[in-house]
Design a protein around this ligand. Sequence first.
Ligand code: 9PG
Length: 562
Amino acid sequence: MLGEDPRLIVKLKGEDPVTEPIGGSGSYNLGPIETRLDLDGDDVSWEIGSSSVVSLDKVALVWKARSGEQVRIFSNGYQSWSRAGLQVIGEDQDPSVHPDSIALVRAFHHADPFIASEGEIRSELVTLWDPGVGSDLYCAGFDGGAEHDGTFRFIREGSTPQLEIAAEAYFDGAILKEGESRRLHSVLGGSGASAPELLEKWAVRAGKASGARVSAPYQVGWCSWYHYFGLVTEHALRDNLALASSFPFTVFQLDDGFQSAIGDWVTTNDKFPSSIEGIASTIAANGQAPGIWIAPFLASPESRLAKGRPELIAQFKESIPLIATVNPGWGGPVYALDTTKPETLAHLEEVARSLVEAGFKYLKLDFLFASSVPGTYADPSKTRAQRVRAGLDAVRKGAGEETFILGCGCPLGPAIGVVDGMRIGPDVAPFWDVEEGAFVPPGYGQEAPATLNAWRNTLARSFMHRRLWLNDPDCLMLRKTETRMSPEQINAWARAVAVSGGMAIASDDLSLLGPEERKQLDEVIEIGRRSDQLAISSHPARCPDLMEARLPKQLESGADTV
Ligand code: 9PG
């Protein structure tokens, strides 16, 4: 994999990077960091040791490759909602370069929220590139992401036909003790002619190395969000439940809007007269598995959690709570929990256990990037990835092995091996593209809620399905009223969900679905099941124009095509 002029780079916090050429497998000392490299064909395994206490920003393998006029890169964003797809060096820009980008938005796209250098293209966890010299495509990906984030950087300086590629283990200033060793995630390389096949091969290997949970059954269900949004009521939930029996739903999932506050997940608000136990038992009595949404790593300033247990909140600095995101629907800023504290992990475990004991069998865990946001955490030895992973492990421990866990707003790497399902794209919406006049934070246009944005990622990340988890493309919306999508757009989205073989979760007021929409749902499920079966028995749906178009248009499973 390593091309010409391979080098190792170590960067400590606040210091200039140091670099040394690599001559092959062996041990390399750069300042206090010893890196032991094992080059094996196209793969690299590596381990670092520190001879003193250091704050480590990154360790990177860097090499050069001949490139032609056009260098095309599959750029994979950091978390569920981040864009994935083709970028071309010199034509596209890293979203952080937007003059008005803010740190919180930059952190949506990439592990490293600092501004990329001019012309640099990045990809998280895995990448694929066509150097434009008529040769094969190259693929490289980390074998997991539980210990640290893994970023690929591509840069072409000036007009030189040389491409510089870096595979970076991102530590974001984590503290290493004197004498401490840490194994890094291996970098797996490959080359070949087919982009989807190379990405699938990587996903199989990374999934195996990280203990991916890929055996849950095909999911068919209902979710309250994309019709009712935060205005959902118990009344609306019960109305839909009353109609659900005539649909093939196995899961019935209540989304954001039931909780008494962000952070207080086991108590309901005034719109829900019943307790969470009451809601779960009502759903179960109707014959569906009860599902519920929570954002476990968040707490609003008004929550009982933030007020009663302020020590669980991460800090921006010196007693100033860390704001993880700002959401007008929740009344503004919300804080991130400090998942490096055993007390926080005990709390998360308890929340998950309470929900499962209340009867929920499906947990949609949202805004999981919260604990990856840079800030001051109690244990500075933990990387961003380890903070996310620790929180996820705590939830899994409380929820037990049988509970279906769906990750959302989730950094991808740290979740492999914990979640059963993963949202792999931005939110759908009852409209196709971001609408004129809508406020979109600078640099967030391709992540903003819009069915088109969900479509892009459904095609571009199809290779992850049944390899890293079950893909959740986001919800189906089949209603023809109370939507600004045309019948053609509704149909196009439904077909993408179906052919992807991913989770089929409808999010309509069921009273708006007539026989025609019901027939369409049945068709989606029929194609979806077959595509999913093919993903299990041979390969997931493939996107043949992945490297041809920034917005791919084709998806093919053995069952059908888009
Ligand atoms: C509930 C929703 C749904 C949805 C999730 C997530 O402000 N924001 O940037 C923002 C981004 C995503 C988002 C909501 C707000 O949607 O993806 O399915 O569960 O939360 O609030």
